[in-house]
Design a protein around this ligand. Structure first.
Ligand SMILES: C[S@@+](CC[C@H](N)C(=O)[O-])C[C@H]1O[C@@H](n2cnc3c(N)ncnc32)[C@H](O)[C@@H]1O
Length: 261
């Protein structure tokens, strides 16, 4: 019988990485395409709040960006540093909260994808995060922010499943979202991973809460940081040629540009 433990899934960055690394080159290409199209600054300094296991840190460093990232998970940061070392790349990574974003420097590009923004638990924390991003971007710099919007009318569970193989390891990851609580603006989340390494099988699960956002709530939030102008909306296909409207779908990728000082 496999054992199942309750754990923070960011304590096992190797498996997180195996599951979520697949789209990384596509995302890297998309971010550069956005800079090319909408950016007004030609530097190559990138900032990733909540950079996690470093999949995009490594991808952008490979593409010649000088990358800075922070994260609250030390195992994820250690894993990111290890990946950089293995590739002979460098980046500036630190432990810290993405609301306060206590990093120095100015940046031409910042990005936060795959719904990570929804870890910010309140409107106040989200507004503070945008304020810090605006402080840290140079005029004409871009912030690409991708997250899943909430359909408050949906009363069913949402489920997503990934299966990946590497050598004799198989990781199956199921993520479930409970229907959102519109009053408290949060949704309960669970990830379950089943890892088979040769003959050994291990199962683990993690529970957390996400802040919920629909399109009007996002618009209200953006009005609180007028230095960031919404210049385009895409979706999780990461296709630079497919733009959508904020109200068109639930997987949104906002391209925000820092106004002149
Ligand atoms: C879904 S992972 C995304 C990691 C990375 N950005 C990527 O695209 O693969 C979410 C990350 O957010 C981090 N995180 C959650 N809340 C945070 C916070 N308040 N400040 C900084 N990092 C946070 C977690 O530790 C985890 O590494």
């Amino acid at each position: 019988m496999p054992t199942r433990t309750e754990i923070d899934w960011y304590d096992t960055p190797k498996w997180y990485d195996l599951v979520f690394d697949e789209d990384t080159p596509l995302e890297g290409h998309f971010l550069e395409a956005m800079v090319e199209r909408h950016g007004r600054s030609r530097g190559r300094r990138a900032l990733e709040p909540a950079c996690g296991s470093g999949r995009l840190v490594v991808e952008l460093a490979r593409r010649g960006w000088r990358v800075t990232g922070n994260d609250l998970s030390r195992p994820m940061l250690d894993h990111a540093r290890q990946r950089l070392r293995e590739e002979g790349l460098r980046a500036r990574l630190s432990h810290g909260d993405m609301a306060e974003l206590e990093v120095t420097g100015r940046y031409d590009l910042a990005h936060c994808l795959v719904s990570t923004f929804k870890y910010l638990p309140t409107d106040r924390a989200a507004a503070r995060h945008l304020q810090r991003i605006a402080d840290l971007l140079v005029p004409g710099g871009l912030y690409c922010l991708g997250f899943h919007l909430t359909d408050y009318g949906n009363l069913r569970f949402d489920r997503e499943r990934w299966v990946v193989h590497e050598g004799d390891t198989e990781v199956v990851c199921n993520i479930q979202a409970w229907p959102a609580d519109p009053r408290r603006r949060r949704e309960r989340m669970r990830s379950r991973m089943r890892v088979r390494e040769g003959a050994r099988v291990h199962e683990q699960e993690t529970h957390w809460w996400f802040r919920t956002w629909d399109a009007p709530q996002v618009r209200r939030l953006l009005r609180r940081e007028p230095r960031l102008e919404l210049v385009a909306v895409h979706d999780f296909r990461y296709d630079p040629d497919i733009e959508i409207q904020l109200d068109d779908g639930f997987d949104v990728l906002l391209v925000l540009r820092r106004a002149a000082d």
